[in-house]
Write a protein that binds this ligand. Structure first.
Ligand code: FE
Ligand code: ZN
Ligand code: FE
Length: 189
């Protein structure tokens, strides 16, 4: 849709956010399933519940305007989510994978924050006060989710580094052991 007014731009942003939330609702269960940390899984599960409410909230705002919410594809969120699932992919080290999940999820939250900030500002300007406070509420929830993830990253990124180093050491030790073995075999022969 080509928007020629702030009103149209506002509606476009709302529809885009509605689709983004739908995409997140689809993507989160996969992220939850591949997370190792209980705390990370709980945080993502909690945010999935909130996300469902956020989708309803945006849909209601569109309906209040007498408009259908389901009209836009959020190409940005599609890319952000695709990039995230490619990144997490099949990282075998579970701790490193958790760090990647956090990295991907924080990009999602920030992308949403940009959209909700804009939509909230338009709503205020256009005099939709109730919509503005509903959008503000969602914006705050996204910020909270982002902060929770930052807090988890504090601990989990450190664990990833520890685990990755232990894994590397184990491989090196195994290599050394193999080397010693073949050397001794040579000596025997
Ligand atoms: Fe959201
Ligand atoms: Zn978008
Ligand atoms: Fe979110």
């Amino acid at each position: 849709m080509s928007a020629n007014s702030l009103q149209e731009l506002y509606l476009e942003q709302l529809r885009d956010l509605f689709d983004a939330e739908q995409q997140i609702i689809k993507a989160l269960p996969k992220m939850i399933a591949s997370a190792r940390s209980d705390k990370l899984r709980d945080a993502l599960t909690g945010h999935l519940e909130i996300t469902r409410k956020q989708a309803d909230r945006v849909e209601n705002i569109c309906q209040e305007l007498g408009e259908d919410a389901k009209r836009e594809k959020c190409k940005g969120m599609e890319g952000v989510l695709k990039e995230g699932s490619d990144l997490v992919g099949d990282i075998s080290n579970k701790e490193v994978r958790d760090a990647a999940i956090i990295a991907a999820a924080q990009r999602v939250e920030h992308y949403e924050m940009a959209g909700y900030g804009t939509a909230r500002t338009y709503a205020t300007l256009l005099g939709y006060d109730e919509a503005a406070s509903a959008l503000e509420q969602t914006l705050e929830e996204e910020k909270e989710a982002d902060e929770t993830l930052s807090g988890l990253a504090e601990q989990l990124n450190r664990e990833a580094l520890k685990s990755e180093r232990a894994e590397r050491k184990q491989k090196e030790d195994a290599k050394t052991a193999r080397g010693t073995k073949s050397n001794s075999r040579k000596r025997v022969a």
